[in-house]
Design a protein around this ligand. Structure first.
Ligand code: OGA
Ligand code: MN
Length: 285
């Protein structure tokens, strides 16, 4: 197995392992170690079926059945999410503009995603890139004083801050807001496998619990700007057959709308189920 760095801050490409086959336990351990170190891992030229995607993902952890976003499931596969701009049954796809602000998957649920594995089946000729930032490094780079401040905070995640939901079907959005009320999670997230500490705040954080929106905004803005500095980012240019796996406990990501929307883009995602976390709180004031 060969592990090739893709950027200074995070991200490696892994070569020399047939993930569509049945990797050995030793290979899975090696992949997991590389993943914990680099936070984002990339496999190229993967040719597989949805069942092979599920089988590989399950080697790492139980999968989420996506009950928090039931409309986005891939037909017949509750453990696969479809992220695409291809219209469905004559209606615009609800996920055509998914991921367009910096976030960590399922932060607005009581099981924030441990990790995600996104597979590209169709892409526009240029663009449609995804960016990732290293939240463990962002935490490490804070002053000791600021580390003390964030250690005391609970980030409230509000589904209504998911970007672009104004363009989706209002009935479905009302349902999703009911399934996913505002929820507070520790602003410093400790990785349940590696023990790594990482900042856990995003552009979907409405406020810190016990503080007003106005009081929270300057600190949320600072932490997000600090985390997403270009030198803390890896930008992935997709190819068909890429499998990109990110650790949601130690990264945020952003889907760029930098492409011709008339061109098809189609991705399938598994979500490695996270630990139970958080408590429901009233909306921000
Ligand atoms: C996701 C997501 C990014 C993209 O699948 O969780 O944010 O570029 N997708 O499609
Ligand atoms: Mn996402």
């Amino acid at each position: 197995m060969e592990v090739v760095p893709l950027a200074h801050a995070l991200g490696v490409e892994i070569r020399g392992v047939d993930i569509a086959g049945v990797p050995s336990d030793a290979e899975i351990d090696e992949i997991r170690t590389a993943w914990h170190g680099a936070h984002v891992i990339v496999f190229r030229d993967v040719e597989w079926t949805p069942d092979q995607h599920l089988a590989f993902s399950k080697r790492f952890r139980d999968l989420d059945d996506h009950a928090a976003t039931p409309h986005d499931r891939f037909d017949g596969y509750p453990e696969l999410l479809e992220v695409t701009n291809i219209p469905k049954n004559g209606h615009p796809s609800q996920t055509r503009n998914a991921g367009r602000n910096w976030h960590s998957d399922y932060s607005y649920t009581n099981r924030p995603a441990a990790a995600s594995m996104l597979y590209c089946t169709q892409k526009p000729p240029v663009g449609g890139d995804t960016m990732f930032c290293n939240m463990a490094r962002a935490y490490d780079d804070l002053s000791e004083k600021m580390k003390g401040i964030v250690a005391d905070l609970q980030s409230v995640y509000d589904f209504s801050l998911v970007s672009g939901i104004g363009k989706r079907d209002p009935k479905k959005i009302a349902e999703l807001l009911k399934i996913n009320p505002p929820i507070a999670h520790p602003c410093v997230r400790e990785h349940d496998e590696s023990g790594t500490k990482a900042l856990y705040v995003s552009e979907r954080t409405s406020h810190f619990e016990g503080m007003t929106r106005a009081e929270s905004a300057p600190l949320i803005n600072f932490l997000c700007a600090h985390a997403t500095r270009p030198e803390n980012v890896y930008r992935h240019r997709w190819r068909i057959g890429d499998l990109v796996c990110w650790d949601n406990r130690t990264t945020m990501h952003l889907a760029l709308g930098d492409f011709d929307e008339s061109q098809p883009r189609h991705m399938l995602r598994t979500t490695l189920r996270g630990e139970l976390s958080g408590y429901v709180v009233p909306p921000a004031v």
